[in-house]
Write a protein that binds this ligand. Structure first.
Ligand code: EPZ
Length: 430
């Protein structure tokens, strides 16, 4: 029984350091196996998903050394196979990057079909279409995706949907393919740009990352590098909404404010004050919050990974708000849990109609997935009384020391593993 137990009602106040971007880290780890030379990656978040990825890489002979908590040294010279099917890897989404990386370097990959958060059907047809366009034969058998090629060749690929995963995977597979690959309708998320910058620092020739069209000129080989991962946009955004939901005053530090613009804009719209400096953003929620409409969109739009956090906040804001989820079809599973805390939310297909209530009340709730789990923690922090959050393993996939960082901001939250610890917490908080 791993749970968070929370005594809500305190405004969060103070400063919080944001770690490296999980979704950039996962792709960068995979990319690091594309050279025989040593790669050093800094600002690596120590979260379950990145650790599972590292284990999978080790299972095929990649040497990974953690020189400190956030720095890894990787050498893939002695890879002894291209089949990755351990049980853990099936649970994470980003295992698919190992297909692009192994195919790009060794022309052969067999990787278990990806899992990840249950937020929709999550097809990978665009990834496979990209690999095929580069000349690979791709099939699915015995739960594995098998991709192989005699040789890969640069190609022109139009993605039918804007996909972070497909954009990065095609970059990985094409980076050493002779000729030029053009990826049209590519995703523009900060982590797509980060992966391109990382590959370029290894000697790749990728232009246009961060725009709709990425051009990759194949290079014969990649070399070792030393690289620091960008800050996590979603971790930062989660703490920004924690400030808003608890009527607090929080400065997120070590961030790139540009990456947070869509989040800051919505917070301002509902009545928060935002102060930006070079690498920090302060959110002050001194006034009563108001309602808004928001629709999730690919970057630079409002991120789907922030949808539950804004909904939790709008649930406590005066008036009727509308949240439309346009990326994943099953991302409102937390609404039932939030209703148990007193929220007034009606979901109609991909839209949540939220009538703000003055307060939530503590309840026993369950995290349905990573971001929704974090959002429910925010609800607990804002609620009157005690909330317990089950299934926090989802939250731990993507947030490092979430409870400790929140405690530094004045939250009363503990990670507990037994009924005894729960009783102890209750006695402590009174
Ligand atoms: C990445 O998932 C992230 N995961 C997700 O973060 C994030 O929510 C998502 O991008 C959108 O920003 C990782 O980076 C590991 P997509 P991904 O391909 O790559 C459709 C988190 O909480 N699509 O950009 O799987 C798809 O169904 C996680 O950290 C196809 O139709 O997302 C979706 O509607 C959750 N065919 C849309 O595209 C494909 O081949 C965008 O998905 C691929 C995607």
């Amino acid at each position: 029984m791993e749970q968070y137990v929370i005594k809500g009602g305190n405004p969060l106040v103070g400063e919080v350091e944001i770690g490296g971007a999980k979704n950039a880290a996962l792709a960068i780890l995979a990319a690091a196996i594309m050279t025989d030379e040593t790669v050093i990656i800094e600002n690596m978040p120590d979260v379950r998903d990145t650790n599972v990825m590292i284990q999978a890489m080790e299972s095929i002979g990649v040497l990974v050394e953690r020189t400190d908590r956030h720095t890894v040294k990787i050498n893939a010279r002695n890879i002894h196979g291209h089949v990755i099917e351990d049980d853990y890897i099936k649970k994470i989404r980003a295992s698919y990057y190992l297909i692009g990386a192994l195919l790009g370097k060794y022309k052969n990959a067999e990787v278990a079909l990806p899992g990840g958060c249950n937020i929709g059907s999550r097809p990978i047809d665009q990834h496979l279409k990209g690999f095929r366009a580069l000349g690979a034969k791709v099939s699915i058998a015995h739960g594995l995706i098998i991709a192989e090629a005699e040789e890969l060749k640069g190609s022109h690929i139009y993605l039918d949907v804007v996909s972070v995963g497909a954009t990065i995977n095609v970059m990985l597979a094409s980076v050493m393919a002779p000729g030029t690959t053009i990826i049209e309708n590519s995703a523009k998320e900060p982590h797509v740009v980060d992966v391109a910058n990382f590959l370029n620092s290894m000697g790749a020739n990728i232009k246009g990352a961060g725009t709709d069209v990425i051009r990759v000129k194949g290079v014969p080989s990649l070399r070792g590098t030393e690289y620091a991962i960008i800050p996590d946009q979603i971790e930062a955004g989660t703490f920004m909404f924690a400030a808003a939901a608890t009527k607090g005053d929080v400065t997120v530090k070590n961030v790139i404010p540009k990456h947070l613009e869509s989040i800051s804009a919505k917070l301002m719209e509902i009545g928060c004050e935002i102060e930006e400096s070079d690498d920090a953003v302060r959110v002050v929620a001194a006034k009563p919050l108001g309602h808004t409409h928001v629709k999730t969109l690919p970057y630079p739009g409002f991120p789907t990974d922030m949808q539950p956090q804004i909904a939790v906040t709008l649930g406590l804001s005066a008036g009727t708000s509308i949240v439309t989820e346009s990326i994943f079809e099953n991302r409102f599973k937390y609404v039932d849990e939030l209703t148990r805390m007193g929220a007034n939310i009606k979901v109609e297909s991909n839209t949540a109609i939220i009538d703000g209530v003055p307060r939530y009340t503590g309840a026993s709730i369950t995290a349905p997935d990573l971001r929704a789990g974090a959002a429910l923690v925010l609800a607990g922090l804002a609620a009157e009384g005690i909330t317990t959050v089950d299934d926090i393993r989802y939250i731990e996939r993507g947030y490092e020391d979430f409870d400790a960082k929140l405690r530094l901001l004045g939250a009363q939250i503990e990670r507990i593993t037994s009924e005894r610890e729960l009783q102890k917490f209750k006695l402590k908080v009174g």
